[in-house]
Write a protein that binds this ligand. Structure first.
Ligand SMILES: [Mn+2]
Length: 329
């Protein structure tokens, strides 16, 4: 199976949006769930409604569980939060949804802000100035060491891996973003290829733990992250790659803006060709878009052009590598 382009949606996505997604030639969506929506009837109803538009739910996530401060900092009540995560896996399993997302960043993605940058053609997008981010005070009252953060990940994995294996619902781990050793006083779990391998070791190399390969993170850190081309090959071969975030940035840290694929410092076609050459069997999305305009379709409107560009690069690579054929030419 080849890569499948996807866009993010929520359970209340209007019918017109689903039509628009179908008309972009997109058959897969990643479904955002509010905590109260993590139950089987809601999911079956949503899947049924989406199926009328030939749209399948490739994966689903619940942000408060995906980036959970209590679990990830080991605060009081983490067992109850882990139970909620476990319940989500059972529900997704019953609904036939293949994977969910995890990002070991209790404070989320850190950016200096959003603005129309030097490299964004007037588009308002996220940018990071690491000098500013690095000078921030502790976000959670004190410093959390690498050992502590590894412990919280191990504690979670020890309890969740058996459920993930039993239900068949895998987890796609996203790197810490920006990928540096520590952010606002919390050590990062996964900020380069080596630390991802350590996370796999903690997860006892269970197939349940997969990778969300965010090219944005790899590019933000450049060679300090690892060899992106080699990593694509390795993790495709291992069947770890569940999802690709296809995103470019203006330059490596210490300062970057999130740009259109064609405007950043990396050749995104070369990256796409490597994904296709390695028979990447994952869903792929643009990750972030410029801030949308209400009158031009909001977020989905903002996703449309870069997602079409992504599909153009993907199909070009498939044609060039003879993995996509037409009757004529
Ligand atoms: Mn990403």
């Amino acid at each position: 199976m080849s890569m499948r382009a996807q866009v993010p949606v929520n359970t209340l996505e209007p019918d017109d949006n689903l039509c628009f997604i179908r008309e972009m030639g997109i058959e897969f969506v990643t479904l955002s769930l509010r905590p109260e929506e993590v139950e089987i009837d809601t999911l079956l109803r949503v899947k049924e409604r989406f199926s009328k538009f030939d749209i399948k739910v490739s994966d689903a996530f619940c942000t408060p569980l995906q980036k959970n401060k209590i679990i990830q900092l080991g605060l009081d009540g983490r067992d109850a939060e882990i139970d909620k995560f476990s319940n989500m896996l059972y529900v997704l399993g019953r609904a036939g949804i293949e994977f969910t997302s995890v990002a070991w960043q209790p404070n989320g993605i850190l950016r200096t802000g959003m603005k129309a940058g030097k490299f964004t053609r007037g588009g308002v997008s996220m940018y990071a100035d690491m000098e500013e981010i690095g000078a921030r005070p502790y976000a959670n009252g004190r410093d959390y060491s690498e050992e502590e953060i590894r412990e919280t990940f191990k504690y979670f994995m020890d309890r969740i891996l058996p459920v993930s294996e039993e239900t068949g619902v895998r987890m796609a781990l996203h790197p810490n973003d920006p990928p540096v050793k520590s952010l606002a006083g919390v050590a990062s779990l996964f900020y380069n290829t080596e630390t991802f391998k350590k996370a796999l070791e903690i997860a006892k190399y269970s197939p349940a733990l997969g990778l969300k390969l965010c090219t944005g993170c790899w590019l933000e850190a450049g060679d300090l992250f690892g060899d992106l081309m080699e990593d694509i090959r390795t993790f495709c071969e291992q069947g770890r790659l569940l999802c690709v975030h296809f995103r470019n940035v203006s330059s490596e840290m210490p300062y970057f803006e999130e740009t259109l694929a064609e405007d950043g410092y990396a050749n995104m076609y070369a990256i796409m060709k490597q994904l296709v050459a390695c028979d990447c069997n994952a869903v792929i999305s643009i990750d972030h878009a410029f801030r949308g305009y209400e009158s031009v379709g909001g977020q989905l409107g903002a996703f449309a052009y870069p997602t079409g560009y992504l599909k153009g690069l993907m199909h070009s690579a498939e044609i060039e590598l003879k993995k996509r054929r037409y009757k004529k030419y």
